[in-house]
Design a protein around this ligand. Structure first.
Ligand SMILES: [Ca+2]
Ligand SMILES: [Ca+2]
Length: 197
């Protein structure tokens, strides 16, 4: 067969390739842009109980938070983010100059979920960089407040936990590290939400 007789064949193959591959590319784009629709969520507002989170060191829980009870020399949150329940590193005093870390943690099972997202509200006043507030997932740091904020407010934090999807043992851990000098109001947490599909 002469080469010029093959030209229509090549053209046909190219047309077929373009026709069939374009919808595939479009479909992949659709998959990427598909909105996240959670099929479950676990929420902790800490207004009726402590959510079964485990504290060490300075972490304390209350569901009757009243700023008027504060005895420290710094300015704490004026209120919980929701209701009157929250966790904090010494609820009614500045944190201790312990030279160590205080942890608040809980372990979750994400079996059956490939997409998992964490959100929470934080209120941070620590003597960065001597002291710090960080979040760890299975002991890997995923978040660091990273600044010395002298006029804190409640801030929303979003962390994608999809890297831990289908993991049956995922520990979420909040850390306040305090050096042995200069205490501030500390690390306060409220309204944790974990959702997945
Ligand atoms: Ca609350
Ligand atoms: Ca405090």
């Amino acid at each position: 067969m002469k080469l010029k007789n093959l030209i229509p064949v090549f053209l046909f193959i190219i047309i077929c390739f373009v026709f069939f591959s374009c919808p595939t590319v479009a479909k992949e784009e659709d998959e990427k842009e598909k909105p996240f629709i959670p099929t479950w969520s676990t929420e902790f507002n800490f207004d009726t109980n402590n959510g079964a989170w485990t504290p060490t060191g300075d972490w304390q829980w209350t569901n009757t938070y009243d700023v008027l009870n504060y005895t420290g020399s710094n300015v704490p949150p004026t209120a919980a983010h929701s209701g009157a329940g929250l966790w904090g590193t010494v609820i009614y005093d500045d944190y201790n100059n312990s030279g160590s870390s205080s942890y608040l943690s809980r372990t979750f099972d994400f079996t059956g979920s490939s997409i998992v997202k964490l959100s929470l509200y934080v209120w941070v006043n620590c003597f960065y960089t001597w002291d710090w507030c960080k979040i760890y997932i299975n002991n890997t740091q995923v978040w660091d407040y990273g600044t010395y904020n002298t006029s804190p407010s409640w801030e929303l934090v979003n962390i994608d936990l999809s890297a831990y999807g289908n993991n049956n043992s995922v520990e979420i851990k909040f850390e306040l590290y305090a050096s042995t000098v200069v205490e501030k109001a500390g690390f306060y947490i409220d309204d944790i939400k974990i959702e997945g599909n």
